[in-house]
Design a protein around this ligand. Structure first.
Ligand code: MN
Length: 310
């Protein structure tokens, strides 16, 4: 009997942790004589904490690194979840016996000594693959396991709106939500809402790029959220943060897109000299901003028309 550690990538997200927790439970239930233990390589995200708590599951313990085994000692056995590349994995990965991986990423430098337990499918989340594995083993997941799997399917695919979401993910999400009697969108929203809100200055500065537009310097920022109201309720502070950031960078103008992933559009706020931006986007600089439906891509739908306007 061996003890096998399962863990997701460093800087774990919801999918990395929940896939290892539920897969360890499935493998223990199918009892091949080994003992499977989920571990994690970093802090537990707030939405993951919430789901684990709701399900009464323990948070996996932190795994710092895998040391070289002492003389005569066996190597630690591991199974990777939601990653396969060694740079994203535990320090000292190849001090361990890597048994395989369950993953939905490109294959990097992954290798094993023995024939591998390797399940890689280009689906929207590793938890979709884990759900599929339950059916392969002929095991019906418990309500709690389904809840965890559904949670990660929804966060990893940004509520199925990401281009990485497949028909398989969509089918699993509707199947599980029907089983659990959950509205998947409301359930997913509650997960995104569990993430701490950014302060207005972080909303401005987290994802912002500078462009030269004619003889002017224009900053175009994007803040992606599932609920633009949280940002727009702080409009005066947000506008102050925009102006402060513009001055600090010595730019002429600043455009901030508060992109609502659920409503699929952006509220576009401006400050300073944004004449070209107003012309390019066909909107005015009004204090509360202008809602632009369908605008999700800064590169294609905001910067490009502004740059083309001069
Ligand atoms: Mn993933």
């Amino acid at each position: 009997m061996s003890t096998i550690y399962l863990f997701g990538h460093k800087n774990p997200d919801n999918d990395a942790i929940l896939s290892s927790v539920v897969l360890a439970q499935l493998l223990n239930a199918t009892d091949d004589g080994n003992h499977y233990i989920a571990r994690r390589l970093g802090p537990v995200p707030p939405e993951t904490k919430k789901v684990l708590e709701e399900c009464g599951f323990e948070e996996p313990e932190l795994l710092g690194s895998i040391p070289e085994p002492a003389e005569g000692e066996p190597r630690q056995k591991v199974l990777l979840c939601d990653h396969n590349e060694s740079v994203q994995s535990v320090d000292g990965l190849y001090n361990a016996d890597v048994l395989g991986a369950v993953d939905h990423h490109r294959i990097g430098d992954f290798h094993t000594v023995q024939p591998a337990f390797y399940v890689c499918l280009p689906w929207g989340s590793t938890c979709s693959i884990v759900y599929y594995l339950f059916s392969c083993y002929g095991v019906e997941p418990t309500k709690e396991q389904k809840r965890c799997l559904l949670a990660a399917m929804l966060t990893d695919t940004v509520m199925l709106k990401s281009p990485t979401a497949t028909d398989r993910d969509r089918a699993f999400v509707s199947e599980i939500s029907a089983d659990l009697g959950l509205d998947p969108m409301a359930f997913g929203m509650a997960l995104f809402d569990a993430r701490p809100a950014l302060t207005p200055d972080k909303m401005v500065s987290t994802d912002i790029k500078e462009f030269e537009v004619g003889d002017k310097r224009l900053l175009i920022g994007q803040y992606e959220t599932v609920n633009k109201k949280t940002a727009l309720d702080q409009l005066p502070a947000l506008r102050e943060a925009m102006e402060a950031y513009r001055k600090e960078k010595g730019a002429d103008g600043l455009v901030l897109c508060v992109t609502d992933i659920i409503e699929e559009g952006s509220q576009v706020l401006m400050c300073g000299d944004t004449e070209a931006a107003q012309k390019g986007l066909g909107i005015a600089d009004v204090p509360e901003g202008v809602w632009m439906p369908g605008v999700l891509s800064r590169k294609k739908q905001v910067a490009a028309p502004i740059l083309a306007s001069v």
